[in-house]
Design a protein around this ligand. Structure first.
Ligand SMILES: C[S@@+](CC[C@H](N)C(=O)[O-])C[C@H]1O[C@@H](n2cnc3c(N)ncnc32)[C@H](O)[C@@H]1O
Length: 388
């Protein structure tokens, strides 16, 4: 059994896990953590989780367990696993859902250190400035990636149990930054999808399907296509702008040069998503895209402007959905990010078409999920749809 430490949008993280492992294998145990019933869970396969690890001990809820009991198990039982490894070991300890302090966690570490010293095994403790080690700290110290570099999660579940899990890795921030920043072409004006979100959307659309062809009909600089290719999927891309097709072409060539890519690029075409026929000779298994989001705003627009931009985006996206519907087999999944706009009271204006999805021939698979930073006016609303 594994545990995933969820990202800052837990609903999105859970939806991603459910898409990959199936709803019955995923259980949220607290606001920030979910249990995944699987024999293997790699953080690299997930965009929405921060860390994951194997559950190695459970203190059941019936006994109303405390941090002291968890500490006792770690310093009296788990210590033997560390001693068996020998040499110099690095350890971090993170607590989730427990009302404790960094000092208390350090105390557990110091107890371990003292008892290991007696056996001539040295322990380097990662200092806690917070009770949860940050993803960056865990990643930079390579915690969970080898027997000598470990991180323990002590997790209090909503029903009162305490789980102790051993990390097998934290989100690879360096790899995401490299995929985002180091590629040759970026375009701040069209607004690029963070690779992490593109990865989540690909997972939401295709779960753990082994081989599939994904279309992004608003491909921009190609972020979705990059993440799909990295997962071994075949891709088709199109965009209204030839410049964007050129950018995507360059970015994919860069990716193919840097990574071992097994997926095939079937086509990259300049095309209007409202009218184009993609499927001649090509079956599309899923559609993943960030649609046109309208112009960026640094402050909420006037109601006249908002009406204009909402109408414009709604026109393009509704016509795209109408156009592609009959080109897809029934039951095909689409994961699309569409815009919504936040006003000064933090209320959202949604695209009118969201109310008309059934009329357009689509079934919404789960309530729309918002992906945004707190200061954003134009936020992304993630729709997971199936063709009826
Ligand atoms: C928000 S951007 C997508 C950015 C992309 N996800 C990325 O990471 O670079 C939306 C894209 O939709 C394209 N677009 C706008 N109207 C379109 C239409 N009618 N058909 C196809 N593409 C369109 C724009 O050229 C732009 O590249």
């Amino acid at each position: 059994m594994f545990v995933a430490i969820l990202g800052r949008l837990p609903k999105l993280s859970i939806a991603e896990l459910e898409a990959i492992f199936g709803k019955s294998h995923v259980r949220a145990v607290s606001y920030g953590a979910a249990i995944v019933d699987t024999d293997e869970l790699s953080i690299d396969s997930l965009g929405g989780s921060l860390k994951c690890g194997k559950v190695i001990h459970t203190l059941p809820a019936d006994n109303r367990p405390t941090l002291e009991q968890a500490s006792h198990w770690i310093t009296h039982t788990y210590v033997n696993q560390l001693l068996a490894v020998g040499g110099k070991i690095t350890l971090g300890i993170s607590a989730y859902g427990l009302s404790t302090s960094p000092r208390q966690l350090q105390k557990i570490g110091l107890l371990l250190k003292t008892s290991m010293k007696k056996h001539n095994v040295s322990l380097r403790l990662i200092p806690n400035t917070t009770t949860e080690l940050s993803t960056a700290t865990s990643h930079n110290n390579k915690l969970g990636l080898s027997p000598k570099k470990r991180e323990l999660f002590i997790i209090k579940t909503d029903d009162g149990a305490i789980l102790i899990a051993e990390s097998n890795g934290a989100q690879n921030i360096t790899a995401y930054t490299r995929r985002d920043r180091n590629r040759p072409r970026r375009d701040a004006f069209v607004g690029m999808l963070p690779p992490k979100l593109a990865q989540i959307m690909v997972n939401l659309a295709v779960g753990n399907t082994a081989k599939t062809t994904i279309l992004d009909p608003f491909c921009g600089t190609g972020t979705v296509l990059q993440e799909a290719l990295l997962k071994g999927y075949d891709v088709c891309g199109s965009d209204l702008s030839q410049k964007m097709i050129d950018y995507t072409t360059e970015n994919i060539a860069w990716l193919q040069n840097k990574y071992r890519i097994t997926g095939t690029v079937h086509s990259l075409t300049q095309a209007d998503a409202m009218t184009h026929q993609w499927t001649e000779g090509q079956q599309l298994d899923a559609v993943v895209c960030e649609t046109y989001l309208g112009q960026p705003f640094s402050a909420p627009p006037s109601s006249k402007k908002l009406h204009e931009v909402t109408g414009n985006c709604n026109h393009i996206i509704a016509n795209f959905l109408r156009n592609i519907h009959d080109q897809l087999a029934p039951n095909t999944t689409l994961c699309i990010a569409v815009p919504a706009w936040r006003d000064t009271s933090r209320n959202l204006t949604h695209l009118p078409l969201i109310k008309d999805l059934e009329k357009l021939g689509y079934i919404l698979q789960q309530p729309p999920l918002i992906y945004s930073r707190s200061d954003q006016v134009v936020v992304r609303e993630i729709l997971l749809l199936k063709t009826a």
